[in-house]
Design a protein around this ligand. Structure first.
Ligand SMILES: Cc1ncc(COP(=O)(O)O)c(C=O)c1O
Length: 373
């Protein structure tokens, strides 16, 4: 066989992630690799931690990127906080809440599920009722931005209710970090994970996490060992913790971290509030524009994400055909519905570097042409 260097096509990534990568990040990824214990690399690690604290709006000491995708951030939070036999109130309004429940079971925890229809935010009253009925639960878990449906839950209120009932919170911010208002310290969230391939516009494969002092206290006082060696914070922090002495835990993905540093720098330059505002404004523009061509957003406005919009597929439209043609004829990737929403919605991402007027126009025009042909 005649193998050749791989040259990927240039796509406009308007699906549920990854989003398009800023050329500055791509350049950073191509810089020369150095050792993961090189003193110069430690300097970079410390800057990444500072920049992540800014992105998360936190002063938490334990804030760093796990060397693996968002799902590993999810497992890191759950396996460290949950001990066998502990009850966890888990909210499920889409695919990712469902995954949290699965992991709770794998940690030998007892999930108490608060379910909501797909496409809706978690209902704070139902959530509080579950807490009142399960006073022995000490942990709650929920998704801020449910990428599988496009619904945004009110994390601030859910965290307030959790605190009132003496629970620690585990929060999925994979799609919200950088794209929706998120204030870890002000909202007093305890164990939070995210991903790099959504509103940070980095390649996938890293999962920023942050833990409050309360969460770290629980982890340090566990009666049982964390069942995962790789994700055990007590061990990882020997490498990512503070102080000048860092010991080998695993070989960090050095070049990916160059990329994350640059992406966080770009976010810092834009300003976190400006980034939230840009996502919100572009989400609103997109929804207005699709309404003009006879389409409608699946999620009601008050509970709708701006960076991931589920669009109801019109009755006579060919759901797969439209997506395929968008890719083939316009180089635009949009996502299909998942699970209960398969065939019913398209998922359009306006995340990070992808979230701009030009892409909105290209996508709406392409949808309009494909739907009328
Ligand atoms: C809300 C949410 N949580 C978790 C994940 C899992 O992240 P990853 O695919 O990087 O493992 C995703 C990925 O799309 C997500 O959207």
């Amino acid at each position: 066989m005649n193998f050749q260097t791989y040259n990927p096509p240039k796509r406009i990534l308007m699906g549920p992630g990854p989003s398009n990568i800023n050329p500055r990040v791509l350049n950073a990824l191509a810089k020369p690799t150095i050792g993961h214990l090189d003193p110069q690399f430690i300097v970079l690690m410390d800057e990444i931690k500072q920049l992540l604290k800014y992105a998360f709006q936190t002063e938490n000491d334990v804030t760093f990127p796990v060397s693996a995708p968002g799902s590993t951030g999810m497992e890191t939070c759950l396996v460290n906080l949950i001990e066998p036999g502990e009850k966890v109130i888990v909210c499920v309004n889409g695919v990712f809440g469902g995954r949290m429940k699965d992991i709770v079971e794998r940690c030998s925890g007892i999930p108490i599920v608060v379910s909501e229809d797909w496409g809706k935010a978690i209902n704070p009253e139902k959530f509080e009722a579950a807490l009142s009925e399960n006073t022995d639960a000490k942990i709650t878990a929920f998704v801020h931005a449910e990428t599988s449906t496009g619904a945004l839950s009110d994390v601030k209120t859910l965290a307030e209710i959790s605190r009132k009932h003496g629970c620690l919170t585990i929060v999925d911010t994979v799609t919200s970090l950088g794209g929706s208002e998120l204030k870890i310290d002000e909202w007093e969230l305890d164990a939070v994970y995210s991903g790099t391939q959504k509103c940070l516009s980095c390649p996938p494969g890293l999962s920023p996490v942050t833990f409050s002092d309360k969460a770290i206290h629980k982890i340090k006082n566990r009666k049982t060992k964390v069942q995962s060696w790789f994700m055990d914070l007590n061990l990882v922090l020997g490498y990512w913790g503070s102080g000048s002495k860092r010991s080998y835990h695993h070989t960090a993905p050095i070049n990916s971290l160059y990329g994350l540093h640059e992406a966080l720098l770009i976010l810092h330059e834009e300003g976190i509030e400006n980034s939230w505002k840009r996502h919100l404004e572009n989400g609103n523009i997109f929804c207005n524009e699709i309404e003009k061509i006879g389409l409608s957003p699946f999620v009601k406005k008050e509970e709708r994400l701006s960076q991931l919009i589920s669009v109801t597929v019109p009755e006579k439209a060919d759901e797969t055909g439209v997506r395929t043609n968008l890719l083939k004829n316009y180089n635009i990737e949009i996502g299909a519905g998942l699970g209960a929403l398969a065939g019913k919605v398209w998922r359009v991402g306006l995340m990070g570097h992808t979230s701009n007027i030009n892409n909105i126009n290209l996508c709406v025009n392409a949808l309009s042409k494909e739907l009328s042909s």
